[in-house]
Write a protein that binds this ligand. Structure first.
Ligand SMILES: NC(=O)c1ccc[n+]([C@@H]2O[C@H](COP(=O)([O-])OP(=O)(O)OC[C@H]3O[C@@H](n4cnc5c(N)ncnc54)[C@H](OP(=O)(O)O)[C@@H]3O)[C@@H](O)[C@H]2O)c1
Length: 257
């Protein structure tokens, strides 16, 4: 949808699904053609986006192998799956691996991306042109994409968990649910805007609202004392580790074939 909102034509985009009811729903939602045989839609395309679960990547690559041509750019969104998995099945093709996040739905995403062994700077530019329809894009070495997955790919869930916890705490303090939700949602949105729009560090912005002996200082003391930073660090490490494991499943599927 982000591509369409960014001005791409419906006729520029063909989609594939593996279940007929899903294909019909996707067609109704997007007004783009959606087929059940992915190989049918590769001819004449510049970019082939692979957006399936890591465990489904290998099967999909086998389905499209015969239709892959020189000049195709394979843009993979599959969490943890190395570009080498694509190159082993499809040969010396251009692959860009990317990790967007769900705020892409409202065109406020952030994407980290990395080139495979045969992707040129022009391929990276093309991938960036596609991905930037839904938010900024940053280029990295491929080995850093598991960390990107753990930070910004998983990141919206951290913010949503904070929103849930803060809302429940607000209700326990006596606020009606609708007021609590309004306060929390707008506070998270506003804090995000402040960070991005001013370019100032979170430490600076936090210090400004933390008067000695004040309310914020009392709250920060509890969070620091109870290990908030260590908890976040452990959560991010667990997500990065899981990203590596998921990629490993795709490599294993490739090795088994
Ligand atoms: N969601 C996120 O925040 C996010 C962010 C960054 C990256 N990613 C990555 O993007 C990928 C997709 O995530 P998602 O949440 O969109 O997954 P999803 O909801 O499961 O969507 C994938 C779709 O692909 C279909 N599919 C699977 N194999 C296929 C095949 N061979 N041919 C045609 N269609 C096929 C699935 O069909 P069924 O409906 O039959 O299952 C499903 O509808 C994952 O690798 C994920 O790690 C997701």
């Amino acid at each position: 949808m982000g591509l369409l909102e960014a001005g791409w034509e419906h006729s520029d985009i063909d989609l594939a699904a593996r279940r007929v009811e899903r294909a019909r729903r996707v067609e109704a939602d997007t007004s783009c053609r959606c087929v059940l045989e992915p190989a049918e839609i590769l001819a004449g395309k510049e970019v082939v986006v692979i957006a399936v679960k890591p465990r489904d990547v290998h099967h999909l690559l086998k389905q499209i192998d015969s239709a892959a041509e020189d000049g195709h750019l394979f843009l993979s969104l599959a969490a943890g799956v190395p570009t080498s998995v694509f190159e082993k099945v499809l040969g010396e093709v251009s692959v860009v691996r990317a990790m967007p996040n769900t705020p892409a739905i409202v065109r406020e995403g952030i994407t980290g991306m990395a080139a495979g062994a045969y992707a040129s700077p022009e391929d990276l530019n093309l991938a960036e042109r596609v991905l930037s329809a839904v938010g900024p894009v940053t280029r990295l070495e491929e080995h850093l994409l598991d960390a990107v997955t753990a930070v910004s790919g998983t990141g919206p869930a951290y913010a949503f968990l904070l929103a849930e916890a803060l809302t429940e705490a607000a209700i326990r303090e006596g606020l009606p649910r609708d007021v609590a939700e309004l306060l929390v949602h707008q506070t998270i949105k506003g804090a995000g805007h402040l960070l991005v729009d001013t370019g100032r560090s979170p430490f600076e912005l936090r210090s400004e609202v933390t008067s000695p002996g004040g309310t914020t200082a009392a709250a920060m003391h509890i969070l620091e004392e109870r290990g908030f930073r260590a908890l976040v660090e452990d959560a991010v490490r667990a997500a990065a580790q899981r990203s590596k494991e998921l990629g490993g499943f795709a490599v294993a599927a490739e090795d088994d074939s």
